[in-house]
Ligand binder design. Structure first.
Ligand SMILES: [Zn+2]
Length: 442
């Protein structure tokens, strides 16, 4: 008995030593802070990071004997950026993988994308569909570098819906190569919707993504199409609520957006072709808009430049471009809760997540509005994942005491010139995620 007591206390000592060794402390001096919520910089401040959290922010000097001190040199400190519409394991469009899909190759390409996110200061990404669930877990376990991921798991799509990647000759009920690898689920009827939603949440999805209308990058669904019945959407919302989280839908026009809101959906992806009345309803009912400026205003302005689009897909893209500019004006006028995400399919798109944010300026938004979309607004929507939120023990998208230590030191002020986001290679001089320094060129 005595022996085991000694062993236990030795173990306790070893554990406490391990804990204190892990609790790295970093003190940033002399930084100008954009806190994620206010249109101003807090100049000449000091920020203390202990382990993976910001613990103290002060205008006065902070004393910490064992801290590694980093002289901020008057640079701007902003929260790590958040992309709200990623497809981390989709590369080169939705249909490309249909015929030659390989999970190993896709995983390796996803890793490259993840490093591109971190390089641009995106320390968090909400994945809007594909099987990134295992990779999200590997990042959380510290097995690989990458942004925090809020995965949706596989898309839920009806037969002939926006994530139906099957071939023309498929019979009902078939499972294609992409589905087999968890890319998405073709579901018809409430039971199939419930099963797929539960399957995603069982594997760590933080919210559910449903295809509720036609789209551009797919084969069988014209843009004007409405997808999923009210009952099917309600079934997805019911399952999400049972897990304490929410549903976001891909939808472009009034009929599909309003049907989704009727069913209890809280977040709309794209929304490009809706009327002002629908925007007013979203405001009234607290429904978030997840907007893609670069896709709608850059890529879709020149759809012929997207090499993997068919002529029909190019035609669909043109229609969306025409609607998007008007929709953005109404969204601004009615002060929707707006977040933004690139919706890029890997490097073939030739557009970055940073460029998506800066393109919001062409949609009529100010640098402050855009910075808020990419930080505290995004974090607000992420928090709706409630019980499924893997990062619920601190705030994201803010520089404040108690926030996760995801932060960037920038040469320049994005509130004055949002274009600095595109110059991340040179101007983002320090990038920290979860208290660990990913890049430092100070
Ligand atoms: Zn998407």
């Amino acid at each position: 008995m005595k022996n085991s007591g000694i062993k236990l206390s030795a173990l306790a000592l070893a554990c406490s030593l391990a804990l204190s060794a892990n609790a790295a402390t970093t003190l940033f001096t002399n930084v100008d802070i954009f806190n994620g919520t206010e249109d101003k910089l807090y100049e000449d401040h000091h920020v203390l990071v202990v382990d993976n959290k910001i613990t103290k922010i002060s205008k006065d000097e902070i004393k910490s004997a064992d801290a590694t001190v980093i002289d901020g040199q008057g640079k701007t400190m902003i929260p790590g950026l958040i992309d709200m519409h990623s497809h981390l394991c989709l590369q080169e469009g939705m249909l490309v993988g249909r015929d030659d899909y390989d999970q190993m190759a896709m995983g390796a390409r996803t890793y490259v994308s993840l490093q591109q996110y971190l390089d641009q200061g995106f320390t968090t990404a909400r994945d809007a569909g594909c099987n990134v669930l295992g990779i999200a877990k590997a990042i959380n376990k510290g097995l690989m570098d990458g942004p925090r991921i809020y995965p949706s798991g596989g898309f839920l799509s009806q037969t002939g819906g926006h994530a139906d990647t099957g071939s023309f000759n498929d019979q009902p009920g078939r499972v294609d190569d992409l589905e087999r690898h968890g890319f998405g689920y073709i579901v018809d009827g409430k039971t199939e919707v419930r099963r797929a939603a539960r399957q995603n949440l069982r594997a760590g999805a933080t919210q559910i993504k449903v295809m509720a209308g036609g789209g551009v990058a797919s084969e069988f669904d014209p843009v004007h199409m409405t997808q999923m019945s009210v009952e099917e959407l309600e079934a997805a919302v019911e399952v999400a609520k049972d897990y304490g989280t929410y549903v976001t839908v891909h939808a472009y026009h009034d009929r599909s957006v309003n049907r989704a809101i009727d069913a209890g959906v809280r977040s709309i992806e794209h929304n490009f072709l809706v009327s002002e009345d629908t925007i007013k309803r979203m405001k009234k009912e607290g429904v978030a808009l997840s907007a893609q400026a670069a896709m709608s205003l850059k890529a879709f302005a020149n759809p012929e430049s997207i090499t993997f689009f068919s002529p029909d897909q190019q035609d669909k893209a043109s229609k969306v471009y025409e609607g998007a500019l008007q929709m953005f004006k109404w969204a601004k006028k009615h002060e929707l809760l707006i977040v933004t995400g690139g919706d890029m399919f890997g490097p073939a798109y030739n557009t970055t997540q940073a460029e998506n944010m800066t393109y919001m300026q062409k949609a009529g938004f100010t640098p402050f509005e855009i910075m808020k979309m990419g930080t505290s607004n995004a974090a607000e929507v992420l928090s709706w994942s409630g019980g499924m939120n893997p990062y619920k023990y601190g705030s994201l998208g803010k520089i404040e005491a108690g926030a996760y230590a995801d932060l960037i030191l920038i040469e320049g002020n994005p509130l004055e010139d949002i274009e600095v986001l595109n110059q991340y290679e040179e101007k983002f001089q320090l990038i920290m995620k979860d208290g660990k320094i990913y890049k430092n060129t100070l």
